[in-house]
Design a binder for this molecule. Structure first.
Ligand code: CTP
Ligand code: CA
Length: 225
């Protein structure tokens, strides 16, 4: 009922969002993942839907309820996420990459569960780099408007500016990683070609749904500009 009275700045727009961690298999029962909860991506999906968008949410393994009216596609690994996202991207106007995609995966996943052999020897893992989903979408000939997220642990603005250029995206949302993973609230830095600006404007932490609504309006303004 509340949503009915809200302005619809994304009416007629299609928004694709990645959310949550990815899980990279070591063997059929084990893997490597990270502490992303998916809260920010799910809040953005809800906020974009409230703003009138058609929303597709590609989610890694999370325990979050699907926001009403949102199309959800569940994946596990970074490669699966890439395979889901790339074909969908050209039919969307906006791509928001909130997922904490694993940077590396075990080079091979064992077909059967690894067993202790009694000698005390531990298995050695070697890794290969995962595809960069955001950079891949940004490079598409029919690329949607791309929004990246960056969790840093230091030198926030500096790392964020460099990352925005490296990924070739118009807008990057930066935050201090340890302060956001799994938390209910956050404050971010918006980095675009014009420079950087805190969101909320006063720099104080706010709940992720309020932050998502602010961000949706920032994105809508940029689409209309
Ligand atoms: N991202 C992605 N695919 C990857 C890695 C990251 O789509 N394989 C996206 C994330 O969803 C996020 C943005 O890229 O929107 C930045 O992710 P981040 O981990 O901060 O950047 P990286 O390029 O992986 O650099 P690093 O982790 O080394 O800081
Ligand atoms: Ca990374």
């Amino acid at each position: 009922i509340v949503a009915f009275f809200q302005p619809k700045p994304l009416r007629g727009r299609r928004v694709l969002i990645t959310a949550g961690p990815t899980f990279e298999a070591i063997d059929p029962v084990r893997g490597i993942t990270n502490l992303s909860s998916g809260k920010m991506g799910f809040a953005l999906a809800r906020a974009a839907r409230e703003a009138g968008a058609e929303v597709t949410l590609v989610a890694g393994p999370v325990s979050q309820a699907t926001p009403r009216g949102v199309r959800r596609i569940d994946v596990r690994s970074a490669v699966q996420m890439r395979d889901a996202v790339l074909p969908l991207a050209p039919e969307h106007d906006v791509f928001i990459a909130t997922a904490a995609v694993a940077d590396w995966r075990p080079a091979t996943a064992a077909e059967h569960k690894l067993k202790k052999d009694g000698s005390g020897q531990c298995p050695a893992l070697s890794f290969v780099e995962n595809p960069d989903i955001l950079a891949g979408v940004a490079r598409l000939p029919k690329a949607p408007y791309c929004v990246g997220f960056a969790a840093e642990s230091e030198k926030l603005a500096e790392h964020a500016r460099a990352k925005r250029e490296r990924k070739g995206v118009p807008l990057l949302v930066a935050n201090l990683g340890p302060a956001t993973f799994g938390q209910d609230d956050n404050a971010v830095l918006l980095v675009d070609a014009a420079g950087e600006r805190p969101l909320p404007e006063d720099g104080r932490r706010t709940d992720k749904l309020s932050l998502a609504r602010l961000l949706v309006h920032e994105i809508a303004n940029r689409l209309d500009a």
